[in-house]
Design a protein around this ligand. Structure first.
Ligand code: 13P
Ligand code: SF4
Length: 350
């Protein structure tokens, strides 16, 4: 747990972090990427942090990997690479920096460490977890293997290193159906997201997909009734859902895809009005790039993703605290599952 007043006091001894309209104007090229969703007054607060972080990245030879659910000031202000879970995992294998700062949740940082064991991977807040990752342990995977002997285990990357190590291969929301479809066995075990598994099961009807009963606290809140009512009240709105939503919600949507799949769909289609059935920052991060799209409707916040803030990123880089470690033997086994996913995705052209 962070002692935020102490953290702020420590940072302000080393950096000038007072709100600065002058700095905000100087850094207007960065602000232009988020001016539709961040007020000038807020940007004057963020600009000193963005400047300090970007300078410190050079000093530490660090890169920041930012997930699509990060807030705009992190996504546009300090991230060197942004993307969905698959893209960030691949990027972690490619970057040459000594330090990776993972702006996302803990399982993403663990994945980076598994793929780049010799790099320092920093997590700005170790409590940024994930309800899916917390829903299953390696014992749960073994229980599924006992229930379905011989069936391969495809685990979502939203899992701990221990669960990845106990699985045969990983998947993300952008490659799950293709990975499951490529398994030799008729029965395939998917963990831990029951809804992703149910959505995949419909895309690969020739497979008997069985699942663990985990769920995402952000996407499970949407109901088909919400979407029907929203469409009735707002005719002409394009509804776009993440596949962690229940299947009846995905059924009501016009498109379903990973976070990057959603961005690509909206960028290509440019609907007049769009409702993103996913985490709130998604729409904010693409609002400036797509001025012709009106992002409407409610969204749900991921409390874990929102633990990552500019001040915690600065603190992690300044003090080099929040280093993610994975037991080397477990990391080696987990790496096989993640690497199999990356290799198979490349082979399948995803
Ligand atoms: P993506 O792989 O689509 O980015 O999803 C990650 C996630 O946690 C969604 O809730
Ligand atoms: Fe986990 Fe859901 Fe948050 Fe994604 S949105 S990190 S799946 S809790």
């Amino acid at each position: 747990m962070f002692d935020l007043p102490a953290l702020r006091a420590e940072l302000s001894e080393k950096y000038d972090l007072a709100p600065s309209p002058e700095l905000a104007t100087e850094m207007s090229d960065i602000y232009d990427r988020m001016s539709r969703v961040i007020t000038p007054a807020d940007w004057a607060i963020y600009a000193p942090y963005v400047k300090a972080i970007n300078e410190l990245k050079i000093k530490r030879n660090a890169v920041i990997l930012g997930h699509n659910y990060m807030t705009p000031e992190i996504f546009h202000g300090v991230s060197d690479f942004v993307g969905d879970s698959l893209q960030l995992a691949i990027k972690a294998t490619e970057v040459e920096a000594d330090v990776i700062v993972q702006c996302g949740v803990h399982f993403m940082a663990e994945t980076s460490k598994i793929l780049s064991p010799h790099k320092t991977v920093l997590m700005p807040d170790m409590e940024a977890g994930c309800s899916l990752a917390e829903s299953i342990t390696a014992e749960g995977v073994e229980e599924m293997r006992r229930r379905y002997p011989g069936a391969p285990v495809v685990s979502y990357v939203n899992t701990t290193a221990e669960v990845k190590a106990a699985s045969d291969i990983c998947c993300t929301s952008s490659n799950a159906a293709q990975i499951v479809g490529a398994m030799e066995s008729d029965t395939v075990i998917m963990t831990p997201d029951q809804y992703l598994a149910q959505n995949v099961a419909r895309d690969v009807p020739h497979k008997n997909v069985v699942w663990w009963e985990g769920s995402c606290i952000v996407h499970e809140q949407y109901t088909a009734q919400d979407l029907r009512e929203f469409r009735e009240w707002n005719p002409g709105t394009r509804l776009i859902a993440h596949p962690e939503c229940p299947p009846e919600v995905v059924d009501e949507a016009d498109f379903s895809g990973s976070t990057s799949g959603i961005i690509k769909y909206v960028t290509d289609e440019k609907p007049e009005k769009a409702m993103l059935i996913t985490e709130c920052s998604m729409a904010s991060n693409i609002a400036d790039e797509l001025p012709e799209v009106d992002f409407v409707g409610p969204c749900n916040m991921c409390p874990y993703m929102k633990k990552i803030t500019l001040e915690k990123v600065l603190y992690a880089l300044d003090t080099m605290t929040g280093q993610v470690e994975v037991d080397p033997t477990m990391a080696e086994k987990a790496r096989l599952s993640v690497q199999r996913m990356i290799d198979l995705s490349r082979k399948l052209g995803i």
